[in-house]
Design a protein around this ligand. Structure first.
Ligand code: NAG
Ligand code: NAG
Ligand code: ZN
Length: 567
């Protein structure tokens, strides 16, 4: 991987709309003063004095109008080099689920080791660092992804598990819904289930994140406000398929792909070949629903060997940008796109550092592609990237011995891993399920030596895997050898980083996560409160007219290796 050129775009920063507006305001104030000076008593005839005053008032008024119009146009057209309609904007919001500051340090050093880069080589993300975000939810110092994403989508704190619902269980309008209503195109791109908490928070409203069947319905258009999303790329196909099919994880027999196609006009694709077919971008017909995995996409470390089945995050991000740009070509409004590096979080839950560095690198690559898009786009655009929380309590050092610790960690260990702990545990489960013999030798040679790149496995470690054949047993072997520490299989409360391009200066420094959400709506000049009001009115009318049907909570799917989706 070659280092990507930095894209500081400081020219755009220096001509920020704020300074132009201030300059205009100062000019107006000066004119006002001049007007006062001009009317100072001179011993001229009363007639000429009044004519003069009238003329001056006329000129001053005209000047104020001209300046106001000028400053408004300057405020919305960025650096002025671009030629898109005035006020047209694109907003790309990226979420690195579960990526804390330590993930960056680990990935940066890993990449330097892997590619023989100098010690001052940094990630593309590093070059766009602007601030940090405080992540607690309304009911816990440690947030989950649902409350975290609600802070971004609604700009409000809520309880863990809330999908764009407030602590009183009323719905809050989201930036995506308000953008759609205002005429923007909207998109969601993820590498986990599209019904998972982060994407769900932008386009649905449910009390708890486990209601994924209902989230799927709302995302395609069975939503109080109708269809809100124009493009979806992700996994989680099982929640869209009827329980009569083998791939389904729905609690009922409804076919949501059929509902999407027939009632809401979606084009539906579910495989790599069809994804390649729309790659050109401009040929894409929206709305487009692309569900390329039954649950999650494989981790990038494993996916690269299954490239013929699953597109990468970067490929999906670039395709989505092209498609949304083409679809808004003749519009005076741009688009809102949310792109999530969903599985950085899962690698944290699994305490697998080798899986995580490759997830972060995949995210960094997608981030770089968005920067390239911004650079060539004629439309004023901003990219903001942040995390909902940190996962794993990751520490880039680990004391393995009671004696004073060594000051080092070993990226080489991560570089020798060619198969994630999750994939290793699945291969083991399949091997055992097939009734194959010599399980111990399979673990030692195929999974640990070849897959993890570990040649010095102890008998005790192999015994641990046999006793507990889950991903943690494999991941622990990697982490200990690399001297990488973890404090939890869950989330932590550490502040997470914010990255942004010119135009996102308001997020410089340390912020509450809700301020990130407020920035998103303000950047696109959206009236999210009107959406909240409408949602509340529709829901009130509905609950008054129909008896609330109690829906059974859909069971959370358990990963075969025992790692549940985050709770
Ligand atoms: C499938 O869903 C229907 C309701 O739509 C339900 O009656 C049935 O029991 C479900 N079947 C299975 C196998 O879960
Ligand atoms: C990584 O793999 C290389 C090549 O097989 C080997 O020489 C090296 O010792 C391994 N490093 C570690 C830390 O296991
Ligand atoms: Zn999580």
């Amino acid at each position: 991987m070659s280092p990507n050129p930095p894209l500081f775009a400081s020219d755009r920063r220096s001509s920020s709309s704020h300074s132009e507006e201030r300059a205009a305001a100062e000019d107006t104030a000066l004119l006002g003063n001049q007007r006062k000076d001009n009317s100072s008593p001179q011993q001229k005839s009363r007639f000429w004095r009044e004519i003069g005053l009238f003329a001056w008032a006329l000129i001053a008024t005209a000047a104020v109008i001209v300046l106001a119009v000028y400053s408004q146009h300057q405020g919305s057209s960025g650096d002025g080099k671009k030629t898109s309609p005035k006020g047209k904007k694109n907003l790309i919001f990226m979420v690195s689920d579960g990526m804390g500051p330590a993930s960056l340090s680990m990935t940066r050093s890993f990449r330097q080791f892997q590619s023989g880069l100098p010690i001052d080589d940094v990630l593309v993300l590093d070059q766009h660092f602007i601030g940090s975000s405080r992540t607690r939810s309304s009911n816990s110092l440690v947030t989950d992804s649902a409350a975290g994403a609600t802070a971004f989508s609604c700009g409000m704190k809520s309880y863990n598990g809330a999908i764009s619902k407030l602590p009183d269980h009323s719905s809050c309008g989201t930036v995506l819904e308000a953008a759609k209503r205002a005429g923007y195109m909207t998109g969601l791109v993820v590498t986990t289930s599209i019904t998972d908490a982060t994407p769900a928070c932008f386009a649905s409203h449910v009390d708890t994140r486990a209601e994924e069947d209902l989230i799927a319905q709302q995302e395609v258009g069975e939503h109080p406000l109708g269809r809100m999303v124009d493009l979806i790329f992700g996994g989680g196909r099982c929640h869209f398929l009827p329980n009569t099919t083998s791939e389904s994880c729905r609690g009922d027999g409804r076919d949501i792909t059929k509902l999407a196609r027939e009632k809401y006009g979606w084009n539906y694709i579910d495989n790599r070949k069809d994804f390649d077919g729309i790659r050109s971008g401009s040929a894409v017909k929206l709305p487009l629903l692309g569900l390329f995995a039954r649950y999650n996409f494989p981790y990038e470390l494993d996916r690269r060997n299954m490239n013929d089945i699953y597109p990468s995050l970067d490929e999906m991000a670039r395709t989505a940008l092209n498609a949304l740009e083409a679809a808004t070509q003749d519009s005076d409004k741009g688009f809102f796109l949310m792109i999530e590096g969903s599985r950085i979080d899962h690698a944290g839950h699994g305490n697998d550092p080798a899986a995580q560095v490759n997830e972060v690198l995949a995210y960094d690559k997608a981030f770089a592609s968005v920067l390239e898009f911004l650079d060539r786009s004629k439309t004023e655009s901003v990219l903001v990237s942040t995390s909902d929380h940190e996962t794993g309590g990751l520490s880039i050092a680990r004391q393995l011995d009671p004696t004073y610790p060594e000051y080092l960690w070993y990226p080489e260990v991560l570089n020798n891993v060619s198969s994630t702990a999750e994939h290793s545990a699945r291969r083991l489960a399949s091997y055992v399920a097939a009734g194959s013999k010599n399980v111990e030798s399979f673990i030692r040679k195929e999974l640990v030596k070849k897959g993890l790149g570990i040649k010095d496995a102890t008998d005790a470690e192999i015994k641990t895997i046999i006793a507990a054949p889950n991903s943690y047993s494999f991941a622990s072997m990697i982490s200990r050898r690399a001297q990488i520490g973890w404090s939890t299989h869950g989330h932590s409360a550490v502040d997470v980083n914010i990255y942004g391009t010119a135009g996102s200066e308001r997020l410089n420094g340390n912020h509450e996560n809700t301020e990130v959400g407020k920035f998103l709506r303000d950047y696109l000049d959206l009236n999210v409160d009107a959406i909240t009001k409408e949602l509340n009115e529709k829901e009130k009318a509905k609950s008054a007219s129909t008896e609330e049907t109690i829906r059974p909570l859909v069971e959370m799917h358990s990963m075969p290796d025992g790692i549940d989706d985050e709770l």
